[in-house]
Design a protein around this ligand. Structure first.
Ligand SMILES: [Zn+2]
Length: 339
């Protein structure tokens, strides 16, 4: 029920879903050892154009005790991109407000109404705050500020990780591109761009690379022009897609169907309890066998999998099928005596 009717009160957001994000880099940029989970970097409920959800950014660090950068905590660039620091609205909402205010010259009241149409509850004050944040975002491209922040990151982590993301507001003809430094969450540059062609994006990225800081890696979503822009400018720098998020989006219908499949399998197996009761004495070999099968089914039903790559429903379905086959074989051997 919660899933279908997001309830909202004035000051509290009720999240319909919690999304967990891991760093896009799986190995340490310094020594290539595997990164392992250490702690949650942030947990934040944000209001986006697609609804309210909770974003959990999970921090990972290098598993090699002798690594020169053992203290560095890696986090998901994609999770960071969803919202700005100190603001509970998504970057997509911010881009939309910027478009409405500065391109379409809408009033605060008009913006409030338009956001409400998307189910985004805002007050007068919120709209004002969103303007201000939007202006701050576009000012962040000041070179001296960026250089100062980035040199701190290099001193602490031995290099920077850059991510880039484009948000195109509803009916807008410009895309808001934001370049962030991932380890610190610093916004390095932001710009509204009319064309998302690789050459335009290269022009936007190049000044940041020209600062000359050592770059540990690039991260972006699946947009090809962004990947090409980074690769053309710096072909030797490791590049990572925000793969998990990307997959989760396109796999959503499959994940939903899979959930239903698991529920159906569970329903069909409701009879296990009766079998277990009947066979509970395990006085005969048949009863013992029945209990073994029941236990195997119970273990299978506990499978959670890791959607979207490892779907629990399909797993449960496959494994129960296998058990069914084995059971049928067993019954064939026994003929009619086992009923
Ligand atoms: Zn390392």
């Amino acid at each position: 029920i919660d899933r279908e009717i997001p309830m909202r009160t004035k000051n509290r957001l009720n999240s319909k879903e919690t999304k967990y994000y891991k760093p896009e880099f799986q190995n340490c940029p310094h020594c290539d050892s595997k990164l392992v989970y250490c702690h949650t970097v942030s947990r934040k409920t944000i209001s986006t154009m697609e609804g309210v959800y909770t974003v959990v950014n999970m921090g990972y660090r290098c598993s090699n005790e002798h690594c020169s950068n053992l203290d560095t905590v890696y986090r998901s660039a994609q999770a960071e991109q969803l919202s700005m620091k100190h603001i509970t609205y998504g970057t997509d909402v911010l881009a939309y407000v910027g478009q409405l205010r500065f391109k379409e010259h809408k009033t605060r009241n008009e913006i409030m109404e338009l956001l409400n149409e998307y189910g985004i509850t805002v007050s007068d004050r919120h709209v004002q705050k969103l303007y201000e944040r939007y202006a701050v975002l576009l000012r962040a491209s000041s070179e001296s500020y960026a250089k100062e922040e980035l040199s701190k990151v290099v001193a602490q982590h031995g290099g920077i990780i850059l991510s880039m993301d484009g948000v195109q507001p509803e009916k807008g003809n410009e895309t808001l591109y934001v370049i962030r430094e991932v380890l610190s969450g610093t916004i390095v540059a932001a710009k509204n761009v009319k064309s998302s062609a690789t050459s335009e994006l290269m022009e936007f990225i190049k000044p940041v690379l020209d600062y000359g800081f050592p770059i540990l890696g690039f991260v972006s979503d699946g947009q090809q022009s962004i990947r090409l822009a980074f690769e053309n400018l710096s072909p030797d720098t490791p590049y990572q897609y925000c793969q998990f998020h990307y997959l989760k989006d396109i796999a959503k219908p499959a994940v939903d169907k899979d959930r239903k499949l698991k529920v159906n399998v569970k329903k069909k197996l409701r009879g296990i309890r009766d079998i277990e009761k009947k066979a509970s004495k395990a006085s005969t070999l048949d009863e013992e066998t029945a209990l073994d099968y029941a236990a195997a089914l119970r273990a299978v039903l506990l499978e959670d999998g890791k959607p979207p790559l490892d779907l629990p429903g399909i797993k449960v379905f496959d494994q129960t099928k296998k058990i069914q086959k084995s059971l049928e074989k067993c019954l064939d051997k026994k003929g009619d005596s086992f009923t």
